[in-house]
Design a protein around this ligand. Structure first.
Ligand code: HEM
Ligand code: HEM
Length: 226
């Protein structure tokens, strides 16, 4: 049987599937209206915690989770386009570009949400705290960035389907099991383990940071009397 190497660590896989599910639920809760706005906010905080975790993991996680390992320089992209049949252990340069684009777009969406209100009863914890101009800019960002996120997701999923159908590479399976066939890879591409204790520590720090950001730090809400 073909040998497989561990490429994607468990924390990165948990990150990916929680991130993808939360973004879809955020879309749903924004469409369902006021009854679901509380869920929208909670999921938004979860996504901000996930992105915070991923930003740190990109520096201290295992080899293929590190940003430097797939940072898409023009040189790397050109080499990839010239030699398309090369097998990559982690993200290929175009995939890497997509990772940076998706994380940045979601970060903009999440942070801008903190300043938005639904013009009914609910607002983000920083609404009305930095002046009307900032609120207006954040509103514009929150109501327009999601179109770009959807476009990026469509491209992302299309690329994965392309790899499966045309190149016969099962990237999704690898994002579930963490393992890729060793064919075309080197033994040094395999990661020794998932650094689980470190991941747990960073996950707790990320949650504590978001708790501080959305509960402890915001200015008190103005009271409304009817
Ligand atoms: C059916 C839906 C999806 C499938 C099958 C899927 C599959 C995958 C796969 C296979 C990879 C690894 C790509 C590679 O080998 O280079 C990946 C990475 C990634 N996907 Fe998805 N994905 C899905 C939905 C989403 C959604 C909705 C998002 C949200 C924006 C998303 C964000 C990401 C990100 C940020 C990465 C990079 C992971 C990292 O290095 O942190 N994906 N996805
Ligand atoms: C990254 C995570 C988030 C995503 C993907 C997301 C997505 C969306 C989308 C698609 C809309 C509808 C925009 C439109 O109608 O064009 C929306 C509205 C809204 N979001 Fe978010 N959001 C996120 C995080 C947040 C956060 C953290 C907060 C607040 C703390 C927030 C508060 C709101 C509010 C108050 C609305 C307006 C709802 C309305 O007027 O009906 N969102 N969001």
């Amino acid at each position: 049987m073909n040998k497989h190497y561990l490429i994607w660590d468990l924390p990165l896989r948990i990150f990916h599937w929680s991130f993808a599910t939360s973004i879809m639920l955020l879309w749903l809760t924004s469409e369902l209206g006021t009854d679901y706005i509380d869920w929208h906010l909670k999921l938004g905080y979860l996504v901000l915690a996930l992105v915070s975790f991923r930003l740190v993991w990109g520096f201290v996680g295992p080899q293929h989770a590190r940003f430097f390992s797939f940072f898409p320089t023009p040189k790397k992209i050109i080499r990839y386009l010239k030699h398309k049949d090369q097998v990559y252990a982690g993200h290929n340069p175009l995939g890497g570009l997509m990772v940076f684009a998706m994380l940045s777009l979601v970060l903009v969406q999440g942070v801008s949400g903190l300043f938005v209100d639904d013009e009914v009863f609910t607002s983000g914890p920083y609404f009305n705290s930095a002046g009307a101009e900032v609120d207006s800019l954040m509103r514009t960002l929150h109501f327009n960035t999601f179109d770009f996120i959807l476009a990026a997701i469509a491209l992302h999923v299309a690329a994965i389907v392309f790899y499966k159908l045309i190149k016969n590479q099962h990237l999704t399976k690898a994002m579930v099991t963490g393992k890729k066939p060793s064919l075309g890879l080197n033994e040094s591409d395999e990661i020794p383990h998932s650094k689980l204790i470190l991941a747990l520590f960073i996950a707790i720090l990320a949650c504590a940071f978001i708790y501080w950001l959305v509960v402890v730090n915001p200015p008190p809400m103005e009271e409304f009397y009817y």
